[in-house]
Design a protein around this ligand. Structure first.
Ligand code: CO8
Length: 255
């Protein structure tokens, strides 16, 4: 299979496994990726980690050879299908982490951008090189990239197609951290930093923050007030505050 879904401890792991083509995304692979994300959504795992097989690539983007010669209609449908598949990550009940372990170009960068968190190994190289092919990003990149790094940097990346290394990526906020060692182990170590918290409240936090990039301030403050009030009403909030008062570790139940 060009895509593998496994479980490691409390976490789901999706590995894009097509290293001969630098894990490029064929349509069939995107379909299988969507099915894997649906399965993860129904599981009791605490986070989803996505990474690429082999030593060179997270994912080198859409399969360029497959794109060649497609009809306009097929291309439009393919783009919308890719967008919809990656958008499943926006509403996944658990946080998602892209561990960018090498090249993340085009659709690969867009997949990483759709994840809640992005980590980069030292050798990671990222970018949106579609312009060099006479294309523009089509799996959400023109919309998610400016929300993550700002309009000026997004225009710079999209219109020059240049490559960003791990150091620059962390500096401009494209990734949260550079990680050492083996990619999956690094993803798990990061997931452990939040996996003991309430999944419900983690969702409220993610949703409130991600809305900030797309909502006028006053509407965003209303969303924050509503989600903060919802969080306050959870049993996990009762437990968290009681645990603080009683000087013990909170035990959250996602309720
Ligand atoms: N698609 C298909 N095959 C690929 C891709 C790709 N994106 N990337 C690499 N490969 C293949 C190569 O063809 C090669 O195969 P083969 O051995 O059969 O010739 C193999 O992977 C290894 O690649 P290289 O020999 O090129 O490896 P290098 O280490 O020399 O170079 C690079 C690595 C720099 C990553 C180089 O492979 C490269 O530039 N790849 C293309 C990157 C790119 O342009 N990505 C963007 C693709 S377009 C896209 O993602 C648009 C998404 C939105 C679509 C919207 C539809 C509406």
């Amino acid at each position: 299979m060009a895509i593998e879904l496994t479980r490691v401890e409390d976490f789901a792991l999706i590995t894009i496994n097509r290293p001969d083509a630098l894990n490029a995304l064929s349509l069939a692979l995107i379909r299988d990726l969507g099915a894997c994300i649906d399965e993860v959504a129904k599981s009791d795992t605490r986070a989803l980690i996505i990474t690429g097989a082999g030593p060179k690539a997270f994912c080198a983007g859409a399969d360029i050879k497959e794109l060649q010669g497609r009809s306009l209609m097929a291309q439009k449908q393919g783009g919308e299908f890719g967008q919809a598949t990656f958008a499943k990550l926006d509403t996944l009940p658990m946080p998602s982490i892209a561990v960018i372990n090498g090249y993340a170009f085009g659709g690969g960068m867009e997949l990483a951008l759709a994840c809640t968190f992005r980590l980069a190994t030292k050798n990671a190289k990222m970018g949106t090189p579609e312009i060099k092919l006479g294309l523009i990003p089509g799996y959400g990149g023109t919309q998610r990239l400016p929300r993550v790094v700002g309009e000026a940097r997004a225009l710079d990346m999209v219109m020059t197609g240049r490559t960003v290394d791990a150091e620059e990526a962390v500096r401009i906020g494209l990734v949260s951290r550079i990680v050492e060692g083996e990619a999956v182990a690094a993803g798990i170590a990061y997931a452990r930093e939040f996996s003991g918290y309430s999944l419900l409240v983690l969702q409220f936090a993610r949703d409130a923050v991600t809305r900030a990039g797309e909502t006028p301030l006053h509407a965003g403050l209303k969303i924050e007030a509503d989600l903060a009030t919802l969080a306050f009403q959870t049993q996990d909030a009762v437990e968290g505050m009681a645990a603080f008062a009683e000087k013990r570790k909170a035990v959250f139940k996602d309720k």
